[in-house]
Design a protein. Structure first.
Length: 62
C-alpha cells in the first residue's frame, strides 16, 4: 500500500489587501498568522486551494 504524501504549507505573505476568497482559502487551510505552518495530506482538494493563492504560500513535500 502506497503512503500518501504530506504537504507542509507555510504562509509567507499576509492576506491583508487581498480578496475575500484568498482570505477564506487561508482560513480553510488552517492558516491564521504569518510564518505559520500546517501539514495536510496531499489531495486534489488541498492542491486546488494551493493553486488559488500560490503567491501567499510556500509548499514543501515531506
Amino acid at each position: 500500500m502506497a503512503k500518501s504524501k504530506i504537504l507542509r504549507i507555510t504562509q509567507i505573505k499576509s492576506g491583508i489587501g487581498y480578496k475575500i476568497k484568498a482570505k477564506a482559502t487561508l482560513k480553510a487551510l488552517g492558516l491564521r498568522k504569518m510564518q505559520q505552518t500546517v501539514e495536510h495530506k496531499d489531495s486534489p482538494t488541498i492542491r486546488g486551494m494551493i493553486n488559488v493563492i500560490p503567491y501567499l504560500l510556500k509548499v514543501e513535500e515531506v
